[in-house]
Design a protein around this ligand. Structure first.
Ligand SMILES: *Cc1c(COP(=O)(O)O)cnc(C)c1O
Length: 373
């Protein structure tokens, strides 16, 4: 079945008891044992799993073409459960440009479990290969990356990882399975912040891991979730499932809007540079054409005049909200350096844009007046 059809139907069997087309929200924290103490429908206690979350996991696995999926209370809970499942002494390569939460996790928390992260330029395949041959246990990709929209060649890095006996993990939050299926390109696990495009309405937090195989790694991470408890609430599972029904449809509108805005910004006198993989002069454009069905709806751009000019332009926007996060219906802009804590790594003149589902003409008019000041 095609992705659009799977998104509408996966995990959506009508309720056996009532025939309800929309799935019930099972809020139960506990499930009755059978006469011999056995499970009656596979469930026991909500921290281990529940039927509403099970439906979401079925849908996530179908969309990413994996054998198994695990839902978590946030993207960071998903990422942490996976990376902390690496053996003590393991090394993981992470991208030089990546989500701030990954960088902080790698610096402050992973070392306590004996896991070391090495920031690596994922566009430099020789550098990745050198680290793999030196014994790296896993590679973490984020493509396109947050916030600089750098691309990594998933298939090429999967081949290098496989020949070195290493695992490949891919944060697919920006692209979503509507545009990119890392498991089909050789990745072992895909991670999502479902808070973003899956939920799609800026009103529900969640995270997910989708595994190429329901193997020992999957079992280890499922056990870790059960014990450490980074689980998703049933109501949040239901909202996320509701959101993903329209994911492919939303992504095509998101992408069409983003393409127009990227072109508009590239021609604007007050814009010094635009990072959008759909632009032919983007360093990762050729890779994006190979591994993505479209170029996504995240972009970042550098404002001529530096930090003050960037902040002033963001402050003049009327329709576009200055707020963190992404993937909702409403367009959001953010000065990343301001939210990166005491050691910001993003350029001071950089604004990140999550292009929403408004009409592109209205968004362009707002950006134009804000940039022209
Ligand atoms: C938001 C985000 C995360 C973290 O997810 P949360 O749901 O906020 O915990 C991880 N990776 C990327 C690329 C993100 O945008």
């Amino acid at each position: 079945m095609r992705l659009e059809t799977l998104a509408v139907h996966a995990g959506g069997e009508p309720d056996a008891e009532t025939g309800a087309i929309a799935p019930p929200i099972h809020m139960a924290t506990t499930f009755r044992h059978g006469p011999a103490g056995e499970r009656q429908a596979g469930f026991e206690y909500v921290r281990e799993g529940n039927p509403t979350q099970g439906r979401l996991e079925t849908a996530l696995a179908a969309l990413e073409q994996g054998e198994a999926a695990l839902a978590f209370g946030s993207g960071m809970a998903a990422m942490t459960a996976l990376l902390e499942s690496l053996p003590a002494g393991a090394t993981v390569l992470i991208p030089t440009d990546c989500y701030t939460g990954l960088r902080v996790l790698a610096e402050e928390f992973l070392p306590r479990g004996g896991v070391r992260a090495i920031a690596t330029d994922m566009a430099d395949l020789a550098a990745v290969d050198t680290q793999l041959r030196a014994g790296a246990h896993a590679v973490w990709l984020e493509t396109p990356s947050n916030p600089q929209l750098q691309l990594a060649d998933i298939g090429a890095i999967a081949a290098l990882a496989r020949s070195a006996g290493a695992l490949l993990f891919c944060d697919n939050t920006f692209a979503t399975p509507a545009l990119q299926r890392p498991l089909s390109l050789g990745a072992d696990v895909v991670m999502h912040s479902t808070t973003k495009y899956f939920g799609g309405h800026s009103d529900v937090m969640g995270g997910a891991l989708v595994f190429a195989r329901g193997d020992a790694l999957y079992e280890r991470v499922a056990h870790r979730r059960h014990v450490t408890g980074g689980v998703l609430a049933p109501f949040n599972a239901w909202l996320t499932l509701r959101g993903l029904r329209s994911l492919p449809a939303r992504m095509s509108w998101h992408c069409a809007n983003a393409r127009r805005i990227a072109e508009f910004l590239s021609g604007h006198a007050r814009v010094a540079a635009v990072n959008y993989p759909g632009l032919t002069d983007h360093a990762g454009h050729a890779i994006a054409c190979r591994q993505m069905a479209d170029f996504g709806a995240m972009l970042s751009f550098r404002v001529a005049g530096g930090r003050d000019a960037a902040l002033a332009a963001a402050g003049r926007l009327q329709l576009i909200h200055n707020a963190t996060s992404l993937g909702g219906c409403e367009t959001l802009i953010e000065h990343r350096a301001s939210v990166e804590g005491t050691n910001p790594v993003s350029p001071q003149d950089l604004l990140r844009l999550s292009v929403g589902l408004e009409h592109a003409d209205d968004l362009i008019a707002d950006l134009d007046q804000a940039l022209n000041g």
